[in-house]
Ligand binder design. Structure first.
Ligand SMILES: CC(C)(COP(=O)(O)OP(=O)(O)OC[C@H]1O[C@@H](n2cnc3c(N)ncnc32)[C@H](O)[C@@H]1OP(=O)(O)O)[C@@H](O)C(=O)NCCC(=O)NCCS
Length: 215
């Protein structure tokens, strides 16, 4: 099978996880990596070379004859900015879906989405662009996951939950039926969300409480 060429953005730990999922999906060939840190140029991850930074993207499109990319780093400060930069320059974000993720055909997925091994996505959720859903997480019926959300491992979202853009849910978070997490917030590991969480905050605990502003 002829695989499609893909450029990965980022070369750290999250990139290794993404590469594992790409290998299992067996649809894309990673041809190179770009990284914001020019000191990494020349390094290799799983035999794939970091060839440059995010400047002058056109040269990579021409050199590798592809406009497909995937944001493969976890830093929430920059995930959105970098994704938007590539999209505004005409690049195409692909979806990386592990073959052992179970996704309802009635789920709507955006672009640039990662769904890892063991995830369960039941009918009718809407999942935005540049969203990460890590190992073994559950996105249940009628959820709305907005753009640039990062869901870590073992997260359980009950039905009718809304996660607003650019929010991070750490490992093992549970969000109960119909609750909303506001944009740019972080919910700490193991939190049980029983009330709506406002935007721009850090919250954790059982039941989850707002701890401070997320600057
Ligand atoms: C949620 C988060 C912002 C909390 O950071 P923080 O406020 O700096 O927390 P600290 O580690 O300084 O801990 C401060 C206190 O809060 C407690 N605490 C921290 N996280 C907690 C949690 N999730 N639940 C309960 N208590 C927690 C600590 O035990 C500590 O208590 P102490 O003062 O009694 O010792 C941080 O854990 C975070 O950024 N998580 C996301 C990590 C991530 O990127 N995950 C993706 C994985 S793929």
């Amino acid at each position: 099978m002829n695989k499609e060429k893909l450029i990965l953005i980022g070369s750290g730990q999250h990139a290794r996880v993404v590469m594992y999922n790409i290998k299992e999906q067996n649809r894309y060939d990673v041809v190179c990596m770009l990284d914001s840190d020019s000191r990494k140029i020349g390094e290799k991850v799983n035999d794939i070379e970091v060839v440059g930074t995010y400047e002058e993207l056109e040269q990579y499109r021409r050199r590798y004859n592809t406009n497909k990319f995937f944001v493969a780093f976890g830093n929430m400060k920059y995930r959105r900015e970098v994704y938007d930069k590539f999209i505004s320059q005409g690049w195409e974000a692909v979806n990386i879906i592990h073959p052992q993720a179970v996704i309802s055909p009635k789920a709507r997925l955006g672009n640039g989405v990662l769904v890892e091994c063991g995830c369960l996505i039941t009918p009718n959720p809407i999942i935005g662009n540049n969203v990460v859903i890590n190992t073994g997480s559950q996105v249940n019926h009628d959820n709305v996951i907005e753009d640039h959300v990062y869901i870590a491992s073992g997260v359980v979202l009950s039905g009718n939950v809304r996660i607003e853009e650019n929010t991070l849910l750490d490992d093992g978070v549970i969000v109960s039926l119909g609750k909303c997490i506001g944009s740019n917030s972080i919910v700490g590991a193991g939190a049980v969300v029983t009330h709506d969480i406002p935007k721009d905050v850090i919250a954790y605990g059982n039941p989850a409480k707002v701890i401070r502003k997320n600057k």
